[in-house]
Write a protein that binds this ligand. Structure first.
Ligand code: 1HE
Length: 260
């Protein structure tokens, strides 16, 4: 499916991976309202064959953040609703139907970093750089960055990025936790697709637990976290698919864990 500025292609033998591509490279994939709403709609209407998704950007950059040309006409109330609209859309990415792998290259800045941080895995190639230019534009993050980015890199590093305009390159970005994978230039998309294919083979309930239970457990006090974990573990292991997978291992029909 292709809408203006965004495309979704189903790939894999069973069309189990959705590759979503931002197609606004003439504006460095800057996110205007239409594009934010289109991302939300794609995740709301994900075909049932899809078990994992990749999100990537066309051209030299992943995403230049908020389309600044739309910012200038808004009053405070409109600004509030606009930020909530981003929250709503990026919540569908983080707490949507399937795990999402972001394939990063070039600029991952402002709202582009907010979009990337709503994904479950980030694969960055060597051209990637991360920045939060909101500070120098006289604004603040508004797409969930204040919640998600400190959980990746810590509040002190995010504060530094916004106060000083610090830009992290791909290597340092991986070191501080922006991305879980660092790959050669031009290969982020292929690596992200490979990971998505692998994720798509997991039991859907395990993927659901990782997306929806784990982040909530991590935010809970230990006592409540242990209890929620036990509930989730009980539900996951009672699924027929879990029993079949464990039996397959015990009967020597499933892959062992291999040393990397
Ligand atoms: C844009 C945008 C944009 C590019 N909104 N139009 N984000 C920023 O502050 C980042 C602003 N962008 C940049 O710093 C640079 O464009 C890049 C480093 C990303 C890429 O540089 P480059 O040299 O490849 O491209 P360019 O020549 O700067 O841009 C090409 C065109 O895209 C140009 O338009 P043109 O009509 O002159 O061709 C740019 O104006 C346009 N463009 N980025 C609008 N962001 C939910 S709140 C989130 C808050 C934020 O995200 S604030 C951070 C916004």
């Amino acid at each position: 499916m292709t809408r203006k500025d965004i495309q979704m292609e189903l790939k894999g033998d069973s069309q189990e991976v959705a590759v979503i591509r931002l197609l606004r490279s003439h504006k460095r994939n800057a996110l205007n309202d239409g594009l934010v709403l289109a991302i939300r709609k794609l995740f709301d209407e994900m075909p049932t064959s899809v078990r994992a998704a990749v999100i990537e950007g066309e051209g030299e950059h992943f995403c230049a953040g908020l389309d600044l040309s739309e910012l200038k006409e808004r009053d405070a109330g409109q600004g509030l609703h606009h930020s909530r609209m981003w929250h709503d859309a990026l919540d569908r990415v983080q707490f949507g139907p399937v795990p999402v792998v972001a394939a990063l290259h070039g600029a991952v800045v402002g709202g582009g970093l907010e979009l990337a941080s709503a994904c479950h895995i980030r694969v960055a190639d060597e051209t990637t750089f991360y920045a939060l230019p909101e500070g120098s534009r006289g604004i603040f993050v508004g797409g969930g960055g204040a919640v998600r980015i400190p959980r990746l890199i810590g509040t002190a590093r995010m504060t530094d990025m916004m106060l000083t305009g610090r830009v992290y390159n791909a290597q340092d970005g991986e070191r501080i936790g922006m991305a879980q994978y660092l790959v050669p230039a031009g290969t982020a998309s292929a690596k992200a697709f490979e990971l998505a294919l692998r994720i798509a083979q997991n039991a859907p309930l395990t993927n659901y637990a990782l997306m929806h239970a784990l982040p909530r457990i991590a935010e809970q006090p230990s006592d409540q976290g242990f209890f929620t974990e036990a509930m989730m573990a009980a539900i996951a292991q009672s699924a027929p698919e879990a029993k079949a997978r464990v039996t397959a291992f015990l009967e020597g029909r499933a892959a062992k864990v291999q040393k990397s």
